[in-house]
Write a protein of this length. Sequence first.
Length: 580
Amino acid sequence: MLKELYDYSLSRGLAVTPGFSKRTINAYISLDKDGNLLGIVPTPKDKKVVAPDLGSDANGTKKCHIIVSKAEYVLGIGEGNTLVKHEFYKETLKAASEFEPTFKVVCDALEDDVRLDEMRKALVDNKVKSSAVIGFMVDGKPIESCTGYHEWWQEYRKQMSDNKKDSKVCMITGVSSVPVKIVPKVKGLNLVGGHSSGDSLICFDKDAFCSYGFDQADNASVSEDAISAVNAALNELIEKAPIHAKTRLVHWFKEEIPEDPFSMLDLDLSLSDDSDSGDDSGDDSGNAPVKKSEIRELYRSIRNGERPNKPDNIYYILPLSGNNGRVMVRGFESGRCEELWQNIGIWYDDLELVRVGGGLVGSPKLFRIYTRLVKYTSKKAEIGKKISEELSGLDNVIMRAIVNNKPLPDMVATRALAYIRSDIYADSERNQMKHPDNVCCQILKLWLIRRGRNMGICVNENYDSAAYHMGRLFAVYAKIQESSSPGVNAGVVERYYAAISTRPAYVLGKLAQLSNYHLDKLEKGKAIYYSKMLNDVSVRITPPIPASFSVTEQAEFALGYYHQCASFPPTKDKTNNDNE
């Protein structure tokens, strides 16, 4: 994993020259060519510059980063170790000034107590904190952009390395080098449990981890240049990675590709689901269903050998989160891009389902699916928070099922079934017979298919399952009541769905009795029509009627009910459900 991140950083040019790093700078102290203070120049938020990086030594008590560093070290604001670091800053800048004359202007200003006090006061007046990272400008040019000192700096770093303990083999590059003692932190995980200041990818701060006499990062020796390249790759990838429940779904490709296949599975929990009404229309906030044209184009391009552009290209998936200052690796997946495209296509193929009222249900993205796997709520504003709390861990299992074309865990089915029951019993202003939520039914269909059940898009009269046809029969019972007694507050569905979908033998007789009562209220033509429908479905059910249904049978029941609802002719007049 580390080697792949290292290669990514080098191939994209993310890793800067060894001994340098991209650092955030908050302000510049501007001097003229004679060292006189011109003022404080604030920088845009999160502005980064390439500057010398002292590595882990800067975290000690005697040294600090040079050229670009904290204001308290640059100007000696404080006492004790702060003043020690201030002296180190001046000494190294003075040594570098022999190779870069511009630095001498800054050195002279720092040695002048009057000018030093002026700079300190200017920072306070401009509300720049002593902990802020600052640099210098001379005649309007940032001094870190000078290049004359680079050769000196590399030699200086080499001398520091020679004074350290013996080198070790870097676990990233395999090259012998002096390992870093404290690995620099990775940023961007603060929304998924990390610290705003960053989190350590390699960290050994407990005795239990310090085996064989090794201390801190010696337990997993990495060179400073290698880990800096890895961190550069992670910082870029994390920044653009979607939030996937409680993780950042970091992913990349060995070679760049024109389009990201994961865009079809996009998930961003910063998007609310306020407009989600249970239908499949979606909205324009990133929660819209995947377009059928995209899926058709996906299959076409795979068949024609047009996608991926390089069959030997490799994808990598690395879900990350933060915990107590550490980077938590939640998994690692890799494989051929061609297989990834095919498996994403199969995923959407397995989700395909007829829509009640005609046509097909839109193919949902992951966010929409996840809203059906949390506890049902009428308050949609906090749905992202519920997903993070309730689906942590399950989200990565689902992702692995997608990219590897594997079965979904049983928990997915039980959660979808619970959502269906809650949705059916929720208050609703619908003027038509309730049916199971279509997204939940898509989930159940996919779950059943990947368990070896040949579940189709619409009604399958030859499907070998009593539970499936019991669901169809229940839909007919509900339709008969709707036709005979439109507009009732609590019909057959609201009163009996939970019971018959779990314990059918206990309520089937009652439903048959009610059905006879409702058939007597219908005109003769409709009564004959529905009686024949009841007979056609009933012959598919082989007695005895089960006392209870397993989770698989409950899923088949829900889909049988949904399929039968979709097979009914659409109601012409919503205000009069008697019209066929």
